[in-house]
Design a protein around this ligand. Structure first.
Ligand SMILES: Nc1ncnc2c1ncn2[C@@H]1O[C@H](COP(=O)(O)OP(=O)(O)OP(=O)(O)O)[C@@H](O)[C@H]1O
Ligand SMILES: [Mg+2]
Length: 271
């Protein structure tokens, strides 16, 4: 789609003061986990926050937050009310699908229209933050979001330490550069495992690759998050980790990353 054609799709105003996309060139590295926990953490800190899951082919936010099967309501028959987890407002493509097991076969322009509706036809209210979870890669979904929001604040890029995911992630950074979307920083997820019994750290997949790659690409490094076995069961049972396991190493490392992100987007360092 040409830029001119795209312009007619842009929103006049974003529902949020700051919008942050969570991206990665690679699947399964923890984008949705980071997006969900970032949104929850912001919301628990008192920021009016929305979480938008744009993953058409594998929306996982409802499962991570225990909100599967949510039926949205529309008090005026026009706009939809988002689902709510405490004060966090949540919208997932999944809530729009009639059957969760049906594969979604939608072409780019159709996806763009749906994503536009998820912004425009939802009663988001006035948000401080909108966190957008994206599917892996640099396809229609992140492109639509970046084109739709008048001034997206930036992207958080998630990687794991292995070289295989790092090379895919470099592509995500180039995607941001091409769209002039500021890169807030890279998170190295599944970086080492801290034994809960003896506290010894083991670098299962290596460590430090994300930091090296970030410095090589000239973008900030936000930090490492260890492998946390409990996160899988908490995700599967719909208990967001940041909320229930505040004492863990994961939660501590995550919290310092959130503080860094808030600091970055509220200072003049971005845009
Ligand atoms: N730090 C971690 N420790 C342990 N497990 C993790 C960690 N981060 C994510 N996981 C688990 O890895 C799996 C993939 O995570 P997630 O769904 O967040 O990845 P994703 O990048 O969004 O995947 P997709 O590309 O399919 O959208 C999930 O089962 C999640 O619980
Ligand atoms: Mg995901």
């Amino acid at each position: 789609m040409s830029n001119q054609k795209m312009a007619q799709y842009s929103l006049e105003k974003s529902p949020a003061d700051k919008s942050i996309l969570v991206l990665s060139g690679k699947g399964g590295v923890g984008k949705s986990t980071v997006a969900a926990n970032l949104a929850i953490s912001l919301s628990l800190q008192g920021y009016a926050t929305g979480l938008l899951d744009t993953d058409f082919h594998g929306p996982s936010i409802p499962k991570l937050l225990g909100m599967e099967g949510t039926k949205l309501t529309s008090p005026d028959g026009k706009k939809l009310n988002p689902a709510e987890l405490g004060s966090l407002k949540v919208i997932s493509v999944d809530f729009m699908l009639s059957s969760r097991t049906d594969p979604v076969i939608w072409r780019g322009p159709m996806k763009m229209n749906v994503i536009k509706q998820l912004f425009e036809d939802v009663n988001w209210g006035e948000l401080d933050y909108m966190i957008v979870d994206c599917p892996p890669g640099t396809g229609d979904e992140p492109l639509s979001v970046v084109q739709l929001i008048p001034e997206p604040t930036g992207a958080v890029i998630v990687t794991t330490p292995q070289e295989m995911s790092l090379s895919d992630v470099r592509r995500s950074i180039q995607f941001c550069h091409a769209l002039k979307l500021p890169v807030l920083g890279v998170i190295e997820n599944m970086s080492g495992f801290v034994c809960p019994h003896c506290n010894e750290r083991t670098e299962l997949f290596g460590s430090g690759g994300g930091e090296e790659m970030a410095s090589e690409m000239g973008v900030p490094f936000l930090g490492r998050i260890p492998i946390e076995p409990e996160i899988v069961s908490s995700g599967d049972s719909g208990k967001p980790f940041a909320y229930h396991y505040g004492h863990s190493q994961f939660a501590k490392d995550f919290e310092s990353i959130v503080t860094d992100i808030i600091e970055k987007v509220t200072s003049d360092k971005v845009r």
